[in-house]
Design a protein around this ligand. Structure first.
Ligand code: SI3
Length: 289
């Protein structure tokens, strides 16, 4: 069975400080209600690039303590600051994370050799495994098949979290590297990635929509393609409504409707407006009540 991971969100208070209890509640919901296979900690959905190094460590620690070994954990340690990425990787591994992940260094349009060196340096001296976090739309870094091949030469690089809508490249990676792990990251296109042999998916909307996504995967694996598409259609209505309502704050607002105190997002992300609250209530009632 393919695995489903939620990309863990970071709960903030109104004053933008970290809301520890909110993070714990979201972790618990993912374990107890979603029966999730794992959590991707410190990714885009975690608003991690707006956190200090110490705050990023705190989030790894909370997730590690609260899961207590019940589900898989992946710590996203990537940063444009290599020293920070190395420090975070060391910290996560020392805490007990078995897998780390890293977005390529961004903003400065680094060469491929510089990107390869970044991954090698993060991994040097660490007894761990790493999943490349490929998200070209946000990082601005697009890796080719040959470049993935070069990164995969390091045996500690076990695969890729593929948040990219290039299905030809996805198919080429799958065919060329059957032994590597591929987790797909565009929730609204899960149905299109399933036939390409992905090993699972990691996404923000699974925090709320895991049951439906799991049912879709089960239907697909049972050969009931019509049902799998029908479930994806409902998920897509929900995901597009979330996006239209400002996705990260809205995921947290819908959590609130479920009794999970997920707090809010950190500026410059938006704080909830009355319209967003009304939109989230509607999303809750339509897809989750
Ligand atoms: O937290 C993470 O790094 C993710 O899992 C990212 C994940 O791929 C999400 N992408 C972004 C940019 O947030 C998706 O789950 C995305 O929110 C979803 O497909 C809706 O577009």
């Amino acid at each position: 069975m393919k695995k489903l991971y939620s990309a863990l969100m970071t709960a903030f208070n109104e004053d933008d400080s970290i809301n520890e209890q909110g993070i714990r509640e979201m972790v618990r919901y993912n374990i107890d209600v979603n029966k999730i296979d794992g959590l991707y900690v410190g990714g885009s959905t975690g608003e991690s690039f707006m956190l200090s190094t110490e705050e990023r460590k705190l989030v790894y620690k909370i997730a590690y303590e609260e899961t207590a070994g019940k589900v898989d954990l992946i710590a996203q340690v990537g940063s444009v600051n290599l020293q920070e990425a190395k420090e975070l990787a060391k910290y996560a591994v020392a805490l007990g994370y078995k897998t780390i992940s890293a977005v390529p260094p961004f903003y400065y349009h680094f060469t491929f050799d510089q990107i390869k060196n970044y991954y090698d340096q993060i991994l040097a001296g660490l007894d761990t495994q790493l999943i490349i976090y490929s998200i070209p739309a946000l990082s601005g870094v697009t890796l080719s098949l040959d470049e993935f091949a070069k990164l995969f030469e390091n045996p500690k690089v076990i695969g890729v979290k593929y948040t990219n809508n290039d299905f030809l490249l996805l198919q080429r990676i799958r065919a060329a590297f059957p032994e590597k792990v591929i987790y797909f990251g565009t929730d609204e296109m899960l149905i299109s990635a399933l036939p390409l042999g992905i090993d699972g998916a990691i996404g923000s909307t699974f925090n709320l929509n895991a049951k439906r996504a799991k049912a879709e995967i089960a239907a697909f694996e049972a050969g009931d393609i019509k049902q799998a598409f029908a479930l994806q259609d409902v998920s897509n209505d929900c995901i597009l409504d979330l996006i239209a309502n400002d996705i990260y704050p809205s995921l947290k607002l819908v959590f609130e409707e479920m009794g999970v105190h997920a707090g809010c997002s950190r500026a410059p992300m938006s704080k909830p407006t009355p319209e967003m609250r009304a939109g989230a209530k509607k999303i809750y009632q339509q897809y989750f009540a």
